[in-house]
Design a protein around this ligand. Structure first.
Ligand code: PEP
Ligand code: MG
Length: 570
């Protein structure tokens, strides 16, 4: 096959060699060995190779991505230097005369089981480290290579079954020109990260890893959602031309970087950015972001071996608030779960993680962790214009409880003489249909709403946002979604509150005219979508879009809505 269709996840065109990112098969058989001294030497040699490799990864990650990202590799090195573990493995080889692979796996499995049962977060984290390190040493014993995305040092396009958000965080933008995966949708977190890193991506191809071989020349067309494998010279030339045209278009939009966001008839909205780390600020400023509409704090917690300290979090929040120089910054409290895992928390596997113990549900139970984050936020509040929102709120009780905890921490800090801003707005994400339906009941208790359509769509349509097989049901323009959005906006405006949207729909060129017509106040999107959205809004009239919104709310299908919007965009 020389051409595949997938989901356009991040715009732009990449042309480079394919780099397969696959986990090697680490299976082995138990064997008895005659010469256990030689077997111990073989084990020690694999151990040394694993250490050298980890030191390289640690140093490089530290240099390119910072010490918070490299801390996990430091923890792995510590495991490899633990005499208790190493001696037990060597003793097993000697006394039972078994091969090193078997001795390693049996011993580490035992340590993992012991640590996992302990009622102590720190010890549970060690289990995750040992599991990772075992894989690395095993790969050296078996002569296989574990690929690490941060080690790539030539221009490539990553081809993988899936990329976890922490894999994505480790990609080096200088060399990784694009990526394509078998699974995922436009709102899976790897796709969202690709947009914030400005890496073209096509996800949900179903079988791209089967069709492509390492080193094949490929084109990832993140505008149309296409992947071309070993294309002809003619196709390469065509794409080089499109690449240049896309760059020229971007240069046109860039002229709007210092402009405000007004519609053609003078209605002003705010175009804000979604970020994952303070490193994303540069992109926000370069793309003319008028604020941060969603700071996904969970990335501070991911790709490492233990929870971030209050101090580390304080520094990150302060950096973002100061960097935005008084412009609004909406920080979302920890939203872990779904496809964002924290291996070191050792949460039990769930049948339906997107419907499970996640986000605010987890925070209200793990209160130490939650209070640490809230204290860091409150302390940072005096450095800018902070607004705090809670994710996945399903009931008023959850909101009241979270807010009461925040108030408690605030009182404690203030009574200790700590500076805390006294006008922090407190809002919620509306991403669960129950909350959208009773938005009127929430409206006089919250300061603002931010509609999280990535989840709201999946819960309303009962279609997993990660599952490409049901992606046909994941319909942002479905009249049911539009009606829910309208309910939230109307309820908020009745109480004089503002409403933002931080789901990917806010930056979608088909949705923007409808959202403008419905009266959305703040549109928060990947920074790279802001200038295009500003250029579009300048060409639309608010009053015209109000009429459009009225019409589409009465339509029966997504297709009808799509055609109606397209006809006004002509
Ligand atoms: C959403 O659900 O729309 C949202 C913005 O949150 P996340 O994508 O992080 O789940
Ligand atoms: Mg969400």
């Amino acid at each position: 096959m020389d051409f595949m269709k997938g989901i356009a996840a991040s715009s732009g065109i990449a042309i480079a060699k394919a780099y397969m990112l696959a986990e090697p098969d680490l299976s082995f058989e138990k064997k008895l060995v005659d010469d256990s001294v030689k077997e111990i030497k073989r084990f020690q040699s694999a151990l040394t190779k694993a250490k050298t490799e980890l030191e390289g990864i640690r140093d490089r990650t530290n240099k390119e991505l910072g010490s918070d990202k490299s801390a996990i590799f430091e923890a792995h090195l510590l495991v490899l230097s633990d005499p208790e573990l190493i001696t037990q493995i060597e003793d097993k080889i000697k006394t039972e005369k078994v091969n090193a692979e078997y001795a390693l796996k049996e011993t580490t499995d035992m340590f993992i089981a012991v640590f996992e049962q302990m009622d102590n977060e720190y010890m549970k984290e060690r289990a995750a480290d040992i599991r990772d390190v075992t894989k690395r040493v095993l790969s050296h014993l078996l002569g296989l290579q574990i690929v690490n995305p941060s080690m790539i040092n030539e221009e490539v396009i990553i081809v993988a079954e899936d990329l976890t958000p922490s894999d994505t965080a480790q990609l080096n933008r200088q060399f990784v020109k694009g990526f394509t995966t078998d699974v995922g949708g436009r709102t899976s977190h790897s796709a969202i990260m690709a947009r914030s890193m400005e890496i073209p991506a096509v996800v949900g191809t179903k079988t791209v890893t089967k069709e492509i071989n390492n080193g094949d020349l490929i084109i990832v067309d993140g505008l149309k959602g296409e992947v071309h494998i070993n294309p002809s010279q003619e196709t390469i030339e065509k794409y080089k031309k499109e690449q240049a045209e896309f760059e020229a278009q971007k240069a046109e939009w860039a002229k709007l970087v210092n402009e405000k966001s007004f519609s053609a008839d003078g209605h002003q909205v705010e175009l804000a950015a979604n970020i994952g780390t303070p490193n994303d600020l540069e992109g926000v400023i370069n793309n003319g972001g008028e604020g941060i509409g969603l700071y996904r704090t969970e990335f501070l917690y991911m790709g490492r071996g233990q929870l971030p300290t209050e101090e580390e979090q304080f520094e990150a929040y302060k950096a973002v608030l100061e960097g935005m120089k008084g412009k609004p910054v909406v920080v979302r409290t920890l939203d872990i779960g779904g496809d964002k895992e924290l291996p070191y928390m050792n949460l039990p596997k769930e049948m339906n993680p997107f419907l499970g113990f996640r986000a605010i549900r987890l925070c209200l139970e793990e209160q130490d962790m939650f209070r640490t984050q809230l204290r860091a936020l409150l302390r940072a509040s005096s450095y800018g214009n902070l607004k705090i929102m809670f994710p996945m709120i399903a009931t008023l009780d959850e909101f009241r409880e979270a807010k009461a905890i925040l108030e408690e921490e605030k009182e404690k800090l203030v009574s200790n003489g700590t500076d805390v801003s006294d006008n922090i707005e407190i809002g919620i994400m509306v991403e669960i249909p129950s909350t959208a339906v009773i938005a009127d009941q929430f409206a006089n208790e919250v300061d603002f709403f931010s509609i999280g359509t990535n989840d709201l769509i999946q819960y309303t349509m009962a279609a997993d946002r990660m599952n490409e097989r049901v992606s046909y049901l994941y319909q942002p323009y479905h009249p049911a979604i539009l009606r829910l959005v309208k309910m939230v906006i109307d309820a908020a405006h009745k109480e004089g509150k503002w409403v933002g949207m931080c789901g990917e729909m806010a930056g979608d060129e088909i949705a923007i005219p409808i959202l403008l017509g419905l009266g959305l106040d703040e549109f928060s999107m990947s920074a790279t979508s802001i200038l295009k959205a500003r250029s579009q809004i300048r060409r639309l009239s608010k009053s015209g879009m109000e009429k459009l919104a009225e019409q589409v709310l009465q339509m029966k299908t997504t297709e009808e809505v799509l055609q109606a919007v397209k006809s006004v965009m002509k």
